[in-house]
Design a protein around this ligand. Structure first.
Ligand SMILES: [Zn+2]
Length: 324
């Protein structure tokens, strides 16, 4: 029932968006001064096993943004977070993790429309030393030839194509409750349970940007920030590890690029993942701002907990989310 209601709402929004943009009325909706917004993207992907926004939809997002908004660097929004008027109707684009599709798909479109963006990279991922663990789960689920599996603490999963996303969520949600070492051993057990093999380092669709690609894009105007060293949940690691994740990622990025790193984007970025202790260490490490991934109950004066809105795939939903 809920799905029906949600899809009916989406359908109505779609019609309203199409009619309003075609007859030039959308300008009316965006006319009223809106607070600045920071959009959160992860991947551009056109494959069923990779979560992300299609290149075509991303291009539609950019066309919409340059028509109705001022797209500015994220630091311009952070700097004016408390101001009104001058900073209204501004939008900034951010990309998390540092997957290679940013270079292959997003950056050419961002350049085409002359739109600034910031990418937040996980340094061990860029050094090609680790998988992003949720991808490992995707690859395993895609590779298994089993039709059913019983996973301790998760339950029995029916491994059909139509259950792919649901199964991935069941396993990933469980992983998010585990400490890092427990999660690694759970994923090792999962390899055996699903009867698959998996390479030590990410396969092509799941690999990271290289330093060379980052250099090239930086010269062309890309802004780069930190997304830690190994992408842990920062509230689940000890003080020493926390400092290392924040400081070492900054140091490594700065050793590769020409400018100082000002921003950190916290892994997962939900309320339980970013404590006051985390933002305190981020400040001590020299970060001027930190990005989270939720919008409720946010202190607008705390730049180390700056909120973002996820970029919806569907262009109408995307356009409506910017009106809030
Ligand atoms: Zn991330």
């Amino acid at each position: 029932m809920r799905t029906l209601k949600v899809s009916a709402k989406g359908w109505i929004k779609g019609i309203l968006f199409n009619v309003a943009t075609r007859c030039g009325m959308w300008k009316f909706f965006t006319r009223k001064v809106k607070p600045p917004k920071i959009l959160m993207y992860h991947r551009l992907a056109d494959s069923k096993i990779i979560p992300g926004i299609s290149s075509a939809n991303f291009e539609a997002h950019l066309q919409h943004l340059i028509k109705y908004y001022q797209v500015v660097p994220v630091e311009e929004i952070i700097a004016g977070a408390n101001s009104k008027g001058e900073y209204a109707n501004k939008v900034a684009l951010t990309f998390d993790d540092g997957y290679v599709d940013f270079y292959e798909k997003a950056w050419p479109l961002l350049r085409k429309y002359n739109v600034p963006a910031t990418v937040y990279i996980t340094t061990e991922f860029v050094e090609q030393k680790q998988w992003m663990w949720p991808d490992k789960v995707r690859v395993m689920l895609n590779a298994t030839s089993l039709t059913k599996v019983n996973i301790p603490h998760v339950g029995t999963l029916h491994l059909s194509e139509e259950n792919f996303e649901k199964n991935w969520h069941c396993i990933s949600d469980h992983c998010l409750t585990l400490q890092e070492s427990e999660r690694d051993s759970f994923l090792q057990d999962l390899i055996v349970l699903l009867d698959v093999t998996i390479s030590d380092f990410p396969i092509s669709d799941f690999s990271a940007l290289t330093w060379q690609q980052l250099h090239e894009m930086e010269k062309e105007g890309l802004d780069i920030g930190s997304h830690t060293v190994t992408h842990p949940i920062l509230t689940r690691i000890d003080d020493k590890q926390l400092k290392n994740e924040l400081l070492e990622s900054k140091r490594v990025i700065e050793s590769h690029i020409a400018t100082e790193i000002h921003g950190i984007c916290y892994p997962n970025g939900m309320p339980n993942d970013v404590s006051d202790a985390v933002t305190k260490v981020a400040k001590e490490c020299g970060y001027q701002y930190g990005l989270i991934a939720y919008t409720d109950n946010v202190d607008k004066n705390n730049k180390l907990k700056t909120n973002r809105i996820p970029a919806a795939e569907n262009t109408a939903a995307f356009a409506f989310s910017l009106l809030a």
